[in-house]
Design a protein. Structure first.
Length: 201
């Protein structure tokens, strides 16, 4: 069985009145052996505090584990033919979103690993997934489209929002606006509000 090893290196940068940014401290962590994957790992997601990780392999296996100890918390397996996945973990580490070649998004609880909602069918394979800061919304990108799915109590679906270029990546701001990376000829970034209107480009 092949080992999947997570190595983490963090560098803190500070900018003072004297001039440009400088490295003020560097932390080197020993690799944490995670020996369960038997093939390449296609995606890894972390909780907001970095203590819980979810890793998905090309063998279809999904593992939830503690980053400090490498302790296995739960596991599951995706259906055959759906091995390569986009993956996102909610900030509290209690939920994971997974998507694969079948053009569907699935929400799971992580401890234990279990479905928490029916799958959402899309028109194409997603290019990225991202949970909002409060974990109540999940943004999904595919092609030139972004849609927001409910992933918590009281949340509602928003979109789909159509953009002028293919969407490559997503990130949420604390105020609930969505940062979208577009992959056109030169690439660009746009900020959308909760109704899909452009706030900044």
């Amino acid at each position: 069985m092949k080992n999947f090893v997570l190595s983490i290196a963090l560098a803190a940068l500070a900018t003072g009145p004297a001039g440009p940014a400088r490295a003020v401290e560097k932390f080197n962590y020993e690799p944490v052996p995670v020996p369960w994957h038997q093939s390449a790992v296609g995606a890894v997601g972390l909780s907001g505090d970095g203590k819980v990780a979810v890793s998905a392999g090309y063998d279809g296996n999904i593992f939830v584990w503690e980053t400090e100890s490498g302790k296995l918390l739960s596991r599951s397996k995706m259906p055959a033919g759906n091995e390569f996945m986009q993956l996102a973990v909610s900030p509290n580490g209690e939920m994971a979103a997974l998507a694969g070649p079948d053009k569907a998004v699935r929400l799971f609880g992580t401890r234990p690993f279990r479905p928490v909602s029916s799958q959402t069918a899309l028109e194409a394979v997603p290019s990225d997934l991202a949970f909002s800061a409060d974990g109540r919304h999940l943004a999904v990108a595919w092609g030139r489209t972004v849609t927001v799915l409910p992933s918590g109590p009281g949340a509602e679906e928003a979109g789909p929002f159509e953009l002028d270029e293919p969407v490559g990546c997503l990130a949420w701001l604390p105020n609930g606006n969505l940062v979208v990376g577009k992959g056109g000829e030169f690439g660009s970034v746009v900020v959308l509000d909760q109704k899909g209107a452009t706030v900044k480009e």
